[in-house]
Design a protein around this ligand. Structure first.
Ligand code: NAD
Length: 473
């Protein structure tokens, strides 16, 4: 592990020097898009949209899918770059890049199936329900899944007939540039353009005459975007942060629950929107659960993502590390007990790394139990039965995901009482194929994926005519 404490990002004049968060070494440099260039890029996108949107759904699908062989060919290289730029373990970086290449085929097929016109008919009227493109989409994405978040925004938007201006995170512009470059080998000019920069470019895009903003990122930035977009009544899809609860009821398979808790608290160093951030365990079984969780966490190898066998990498940058350690320190000051890991900055690890940490003796007045942590911390709180668990799990402004562990019937009943958008019963939140990715309350506004998600990239139109009169014969 490196002693370096440099931030992973340095803005030098009009370039971004992207740094490896594990070592502090530069990974590469990229020119920022001048804000003054954005209006012309939007005009180019509008012009390109006329012919792109005029193609049939099937023609666009064919063009998008034609990118898959080249993108698959480059996925290993792009995945390694992802690991160096963002820090996650190499198998995960390469896996993400491979999915964002080969997965285009299935995703495009799903969009096509969702957007075929539907016919509605009653005694007097026949209506065709059409799913038409909005026009120009601004896709603004975060760094924690630097390609997957791009993929989820860009593929449905393009397949629907929109053109896209993509602004990836300033923390991971290099990997986004490579993905766009290879994709653009298959696309007509200006159908997909890359805007490189930070929130200044993001704000300029939102303020431009675009038609839809598809944003994935923090709640604060999401609220700002919603306000800015309201003037022009621009369409907005927001996928925001979370503070996901996990409930472990008496009767749960404790080993399965502890395995999930360790994986879902520490995967991607906790930098996952659907990380488990609060764990409520029935007081009768909490000691047993904690012992298993600590054992599993202690067995996870942490280090630079390029090193073999590493399961947990660093924080994306110094600022994120300081945020996580600050929450831990403040909780410990207010009475939290450290079962594993660190107490705060004093024993907070080298470079951008934060040791895997398990805390207990917590309460909901603590920042670490109410605001997103986005770090490798498992917070365990004992509860008195299911009603207490539900009350505590729902005591949040967020509503992204949740999971409930217990006997099948009881766990399902408890799941139905939770306010989150995506709930897993004895598993994580991922749904069957076709399920939407949806955050409730302050975790989202609109959603994507699945039939209804794909349709949010479109203007719905109805064209109606009189039904043919039944013949008298
Ligand atoms: P962020 O909000 O700081 O930045 C996200 C993107 O928005 C970046 O490209 C950034 O440059 C841009 N941006 C920032 N402020 C902006 C503004 N006012 N106007 C326009 N653009 C702006 O988030 P982040 O730190 O990159 O990502 C972490 C956050 O993303 C966490 O809160 C996490 O939970 C969330 N996230 C949510 C999901 C989901 O599906 N719900 C998925 C991944 C990440």
């Amino acid at each position: 592990m490196s002693e370096t404490t440099a931030p992973s990002l340095a803005l030098t004049k009009e370039t971004i020097v992207s740094l490896d968060p594990a070592t502090g070494e530069p990974v590469g440099e990229i020119e920022m898009t001048p804000v003054g260039l954005i209006p012309q890029m939007v005009r180019d996108a509008k012009a390109a949209q006329r012919s792109w949107g005029a193609l049939s759904l099937e023609q666009r699908a064919e063009i998008l899918k034609s990118a898959v062989p080249r993108m698959s060919e480059e996925a290993g290289r792009i995945g390694e770059l992802l690991t160096r730029e963002m820090g996650k373990p190499k198998p995960q970086g390469v896996g993400e890049a491979k999915y964002c290449a080969s997965g285009i085929t299935d995703e495009v097929d799903a969009v096509v199936a969702a957007l075929r016109p539907e016919i509605l008919e009653d005694d007097s009227t026949v209506t065709t329900l059409r799913f038409d493109p909005y026009g120009v989409v601004a896709a603004i994405t975060p760094w924690n899944f630097p390609l997957l978040m791009v993929f989820q925004s860009v593929i449905p938007a393009l397949a629907a007939g929109n053109t896209v201006l993509l602004k990836p995170s300033e923390e991971t512009p290099l990997v986004a540039r490579e993905w766009v470059k290879v994709f653009n080998e298959a696309l007509p000019p200006n159908v997909l353009q890359l805007v490189v920069g930070d929130e200044r470019q993001g704000k300029a895009l939102v303020g431009s005459p675009i038609d839809l903003v598809v944003f994935t990122g923090s709640r604060e930035a999401g609220k700002h975007i919603l306000r800015e977009a309201s003037g022009g009544l621009k369409r907005v899809i927001l996928e925001l942060g979370g503070k996901d609860p996990m409930i472990v009821l008496d009767g749960a398979d404790l080993d399965a629950a502890a395995t999930f808790a360790a994986r879902n608290s520490f995967r991607n160093a906790g930098q996952v929107c659907v990380s488990t951030e609060r764990i409520y365990v029935d007081e009768k079984i909490v000691d047993d659960f904690n012992a298993r969780l600590i054992e599993k966490a202690a067995g996870m190898k942490q280090g630079p993502g390029m090193e073999a066998g590493v399961e947990v990498g660093p924080m994306i940058n110094r600022q994120q590390k300081d945020h996580v350690l600050g929450q831990i320190e403040s909780a410990v000051r207010d009475g939290a007990k450290v079962l594993l890991g660190c107490h705060g900055p004093a024993d907070g690890g080298d470079g951008n790394f934060v040791p895997l940490t398990v805390l207990t003796d917590l309460n909901h007045d603590m920042d670490i139990m109410s605001e997103e942590t986005f770090g490798p911390v498992a917070c365990v709180m004992p509860v008195r039965g299911r009603d207490d668990a539900v009350r505590k799990a729902n005591d949040t402004r967020f509503g992204l995901a949740a999971s409930v562990w217990g006997t099948a019937e009881t766990a399902e009943e408890v799941a139905a009482q939770l306010t989150a958008g995506m709930i897993g019963v004895n598993q994580g939140c991922g749904g069957a194929e076709g399920s939407p990715w949806v955050g409730a309350m302050e975790s989202g506004y609109g959603w994507h994926s699945g039939k209804y998600g794909h349709r949010q990239f479109c203007q719905v139109r109805t064209i109606s005519r009189a039904a043919a009169k039944p013949s008298k014969d």
